[in-house]
Design a binder for this molecule. Structure first.
Ligand code: F6R
Length: 596
């Protein structure tokens, strides 16, 4: 999704700070980029393509200014072209605007402005904003009032940042799209996400919906819609800027897969007492849910399916919903507690679903990685997964941490009979994952099947979401066809797709009825000549029917669903690497999906 950076008060290196900041937002996904600097005049440089293209473009220009804004665009209105890249200008060229989100009433505003004589150069919804500001300035408004007036006319979601020629201030406003200020010693920043300025400061202020912000060389202010100053808390970001580097790995995703032992230790630290069999997640432990509805998207939805299974297992009605469906077709909520699982805490579909649940009177909980994110701030409760920053677009360590955090939630709020055993298994997880990372045969499997026609994944119970996640990872980073199925569903249709060139990854753990039945499904596949890769702890006899085995340590079924997924992450990663795909920034995808 689009990324915004703005800065004020830098000593002659505004351009560098903006371009470097944009490079830190690349992980969000984008297809064009640009900057605007304001000094005596306004200078703009923007282009379709990558930050490297923007770097080349700015090299040939003499861009200067004491304040500036920058943007990475992920196309919604109009293709990725130089003209559609942000910043957008008004007719005079004195007002530059960058925007994240979608302005729903842009067409009527554009018609009105065009009729009044404004000239538009792009297909974007954003371009109405500088023209609205231009009109307000022409009517005598000061720059801040002009921005307020323009923003007051917008319907939809936005984070906007604005600079005006000859004014050494960056103005910003937020509605439904993230915006955070960074407070340096003598310089101030704003961005859609902290990594954009984390090299310069760890002190941050999160802007809320309906608020306006301004930064200049002397400081910062946040105000509400009426213009009254809002006292905002200043938070400190705990993670190190080094965490957002690749640390010698070829890709962020590989680094993040390898960071899973550490991420899980962080998630569990201070929250589990193995000896006493206790879990401590603060007030959340007193929630006592009678029913649970999970809402989430993509990988987080798979974690939600896994979470719902844990509650059902102890007799509490629980269901996972795709947030985009829930938001527009909500089920009856009754007394259900509604849990939004969202790594970023900014996914528009998940936020809509949580808001809908809140409007219907449900108590809500955000299970998220990002401190201060919208979900964290809007929900009644929050449980942080503490995975540390995840830069690769494809979620990896955050999925494992979501699984661990949901275990903590179920252990703290329900009467699980084998609680001690689960806690012990959770404690072992970092070591179990390390064992897999040190000794996985995933690359060999990836090499063997890199030219397959399609990849299928099957699993039951806790392993069903693992099958879905294995397939999602495979498709999003290899661009190859991959599908995950509940193992028992294969024979109800998908079996028609199975051939000798479609490997089937079967996740089979334990030796209970679920494992026995899944082994039966593996035999059905084998009888149709498809190669079978079993991801297994060796407790069942699946190895007899499999062509290859990816081993995981035998443990509780809840945690083998975490380790099995690590093997599948590695298969997807190595397949994508062998195929030469853009692993950290897969085509068409964005890290934080802030539009519905
Ligand atoms: C896939 C992936 C996405 C996200 C989804 C929800 O690897 O990362 O499917 O899981 O967009 O994002 P969050 O968790 O930020 O709500």
């Amino acid at each position: 999704m689009c990324g915004i950076i703005g800065c004020a008060g830098r000593d002659g290196d505004t351009l560098d700070v903006l371009v470097e900041g944009l490079s830190k937002l690349e992980y969000r996904g984008y297809d064009s980029a640009g900057v605007a600097l304001s000094g005596a005049d306004l200078d703009v440089c923007k282009c379709a393509g990558k930050i490297a293209d923007l770097r080349s473009a700015v090299e040939n220009r003499d861009l200067a200014g004491s304040v500036g804004i920058g943007h990475t665009r992920w196309s919604t209105h109009g293709p990725p072209t130089d003209e559609n890249a942000h910043p957008h200008l008004d007719c005079t060229g004195d007002v530059a605007v960058v925007h994240n989100g979608i302005i729903e009433n842009y067409q009527s505003l554009r018609d009105e402005l065009a009729t009044a004589g404004h000239r538009f150069k792009s297909d974007t919804d954003t371009e109405v904003v500088p023209h609205l500001i231009e009109d307000a300035l022409a009517d005598g408004a000061d720059p801040e009032s002009a921005v307020r007036e323009a923003v007051g006319r917008l319907d939809g979601s936005y984070a906007v940042a604005v600079v005006v020629a000859g004014v050494d201030t960056v103005f910003a406003a937020r509605n439904d799209s993230p915006l955070v200020l960074g407070l340096g010693e003598d310089a101030y920043y704003l961005a859609s996400d902290v990594p954009a300025f984390r090299d310069h400061t760890d002190r941050v202020v999160y802007i809320d919906d309906g608020e306006f912000a301004r930064i200049d060389g002397d400081g910062w202010t946040v105000s509400d819609e009426s213009g009254a100053v809002v006292e905002k808390p200043v938070d400190t970001v705990e993670w190190d800027p080094e965490e957002t580097g690749k640390s010698g790995y070829d890709h962020f995703m590989l680094k993040e897969i390898h960071e899973q032992p550490r991420a899980l230790r962080q998630c569990l630290q201070g929250r589990v007492d193995e000896l006493g069999g206790q879990v401590d997640i603060g007030d959340l432990g007193t929630l006592n849910p009678v029913a649970v509805q999970f809402v989430a998207c993509g990988t987080s939805y798979h974690a939600a399916l896994y979470g719902a299974e844990m509650f059902r297992e102890v007799g509490i009605p629980a269901q996972a919903f795709l947030a985009s469906e829930y938001a527009t077709s909500p089920p009856p909520i009754g007394d259900a507690f509604v849990v939004g699982v969202t790594q970023s805490g900014e996914t528009a579909d998940t936020l809509s679903a949580l808001r809908e649940a809140g409007r219907r009177g449900a108590r809500t909980l955000a299970v998220t990685n990002v401190v201060g994110s919208t979900a964290a701030r809007e929900c009644d409760h929050v449980l942080y997964i503490r995975a540390g920053p995840e830069i690769g677009v494809a979620a990896s360590k955050t999925f494992a941490s979501q699984q661990a955090a949901l275990n903590l939630l179920s252990l703290a709020t329900t009467n699980v009979t084998d609680g001690r055993e689960i806690i012990a298994a959770l404690r072992d997880l970092p070591g179990d994952i390390q064992e897999i990372l040190d000794d996985s045969r995933a690359r060999e499997i990836a090499k063997r099947y890199r030219d397959a026609d399609a990849y299928f994944f099957i699993g039951r119970g806790y392993n069903y979401p693992v099958a879905l996640e294995g397939a999602l990872k495979m498709k999003e980073i290899t661009y190859e066809h991959a599908e995950g199925f509940a193992a028992g569903e294969l024979k109800h249709g998908p079996l028609a797709l199975v051939t000798e060139n479609t490997p089937v990854f079967a996740v089979v753990t334990g030796d209970d009825e679920r494992a026995t039945k899944t082994v039966g499904n593996v035999k059905e596949v084998e009888a149709r000549d498809a190669p079978v890769v079993a991801v297994t702890d060796g407790e069942s006899d699946v190895e007899r029917y499999a062509d290859h085995v990816l081993e995981i340590p035998a443990q509780h079924p809840r945690t083998t669903a975490v380790t099995a997924n690590v093997q599948l992450q590695l298969v997807a990663y190595h397949t994508a690497a062998l195929l030469g795909r853009s692993i950290d920034k897969p085509r068409h995808l964005a890290k934080s999906v802030t539009v519905e």
